[in-house]
Ligand binder design. Structure first.
Ligand code: ATP
Ligand code: MG
Length: 452
């Protein structure tokens, strides 16, 4: 049905100077979006804007995911009202952002994002509304326009479909309906220019391809690896947010190979990319396992924390660094501490991981060693550690990835599933097994201390 509607030629080049837009209107009976699946708050926002004499459309991921039969997690509204006009229409709303001003309208726990139609940039950027850096990056984008100019400022054709309450039709200016039908991610306009304007689009291209299981259009894919180093110009706080969207969206496992293939992993996690490229198969299995587990947890509504994900993604580089330091003669515990410090500091240059998360990462890593010491009161102390659960999951994950930890995960599973007497027995049993060897070694270690 879609195909019949979409007999328009594909638009290969939409430059900002000469936008050759083919405007298609897809009527209600020719698409599968039902009003019932749209958040009531989003509909209220659209209605209020229209009552105020403005245009209002649902746009972006919400429309895309509804067309694909999914359940959008949020709804964005585009309008010709300025942020200030939107602000005046809704009591609980506020303007956020500097680079792109948007208005957040709050309905209880739900937030509807309202953006004003973006316009074309004139070559003269002396005004305060838009600005571009020497390498083509948009520093500010607060020039307003109409729905057409807004459509071509968006990133991918599948993200530029506009749903209106007026006859419940969809407005398509970039061939997005056809790309949905053909399952293609296609950037709008000249790929290189658009990536240079905002290099985060490089990550977004791959993210949508992985999430939607779409293929990247050839011209959209071609510049990605070449332009990947431009991500170095992006603020580390924005890259951190983007990494969370990549790996906490429920489809992280499918993104890892794509990110490697397009040279994006080397930009965002250079130490991980280097050790994987070096043939670290155990490291690769661990990271894959971590992403699979995270995807599963997200799909089953379980909690996931960025600390755990970052601890997993940086575990292979941590092990490599620690091995290097030990080989140079550094003692075990010190080598671990220093390796953790180095790996975290290097990653912080790229992704601004908040301190509370780096702290948890260090604890999860350190507990990997501490969970091995279980004699006396140690097991109980470890068990009471606030990061015990995450560290225990991490042990199970390392084992699932093929590491031989001599039954450590199983021991801790049994420890948790038994009562106090059972726990004492487990600890005692451990002493027996470790037994004679340990006793024989101890006096030898004490000797030098006694001579002091
Ligand atoms: P999801 O929310 O599922 O990650 P989304 O498409 O809704 O996907 P958002 O980041 O919420 O993505 O952005 C909403 C819309 O804003 C996008 O669909 C796109 O039209 C536009 N957009 C977002 N980021 C950019 C960008 N960097 N460049 C151009 N347009 C963008
Ligand atoms: Mg969205």
């Amino acid at each position: 049905m879609l195909k019949k509607l979409l007999r328009l030629p594909l638009i290969n080049s939409l430059t900002k100077k000469s936008p050759t837009l083919h405007h298609t209107i897809v009527p209600r009976e020719k698409h599968n979006i039902s009003r019932r699946n749209i958040s009531r708050s989003a509909i209220k926002v659209m209605q209020r804007l229209e009552e105020g004499g403005f245009e209002a459309y649902l746009v972006g991921g919400g429309v895309r995911d509804l067309l694909l039969g999914g359940h959008p997690k949020d709804f964005d509204v585009a309008t010709n009202a300025t942020p200030e006009q939107v602000r005046n229409l809704f009591r609980s709303s506020r303007i956020i952002g500097r680079r792109f001003k948007i208005v957040h309208v709050r309905f209880g726990r739900e937030i509807i994002e309202v953006t004003t139609f973006r316009g074309h940039h004139t070559e003269d950027t002396s005004g305060n509304h838009s600005a571009r850096s020497d390498d083509g990056m948009l520093l500010r984008d607060n020039v307003y326009g109409d729905i057409r100019s807004d459509a071509v400022r968006r990133d991918f054709t599948v993200n530029a479909l506009y749903y209106t309450l007026d006859h419940f039709s969809i407005h398509d200016f970039t061939g997005g309906m056809q790309d949905i039908a053909r399952r293609k991610i296609r950037i709008i306009g000249d790929p290189e220019t658009r990536y240079k304007e905002d290099p985060v689009r490089l990550l977004r291209a791959v993210r949508f391809a992985g999430k939607l299981d779409f293929t990247l259009d050839k011209a959209t894919a071609e510049p990605i690896a070449r332009l990947a180093p431009l991500l170095g110009n992006i603020a580390s706080a924005r890259i951190f947010d983007e990494v969370l969207k990549l790996f906490m969206g429920g489809y992280g496992a499918s993104l890892l190979p794509l990110m490697e293939q397009y040279g994006l992993l080397a930009q965002v996690f250079p130490d991980l990319a280097a050790t994987l490229a070096d043939g670290n198969e155990l490291g690769r299995k661990l990271v894959e396992q971590a992403l699979h587990n995270t995807d599963h947890r997200i799909r089953t509504d379980q909690r996931v924390t960025p600390a755990y994900i970052f601890a997993s993604l940086l575990w292979p580089p941590l092990c490599a660094e620690e091995a290097r330091l030990r080989a140079s003669g550094m003692q075990g515990n010190l080598a671990h501490q220093q390796a953790a410090q180095t790996v975290i500091q290097r990653q912080l240059q790229i992704t601004a991981i908040p301190k509370r998360f780096t702290q948890s990462m260090r604890e999860i890593w350190e507990l990997q060693y501490r969970l091995q010491s279980r004699s006396g009161q140690r097991a109980q102390r470890n068990f009471e550690h606030p990061r015990f659960r995450a560290a225990y999951d991490f042990v199970l994950m390392r084992e699932a990835a093929g590491e031989d930890l001599q039954g450590l995960g199983d021991w801790w599973t049994r420890y948790q599933n038994t009562d106090e007497a059972g726990r004492e027995a487990l600890v005692a049993d451990l002493g027996k097994k470790e037994g004679s060897g340990k006793r024989r070694r101890r006096p030898r270690r004490r000797k030098p201390q006694q001579t002091h």
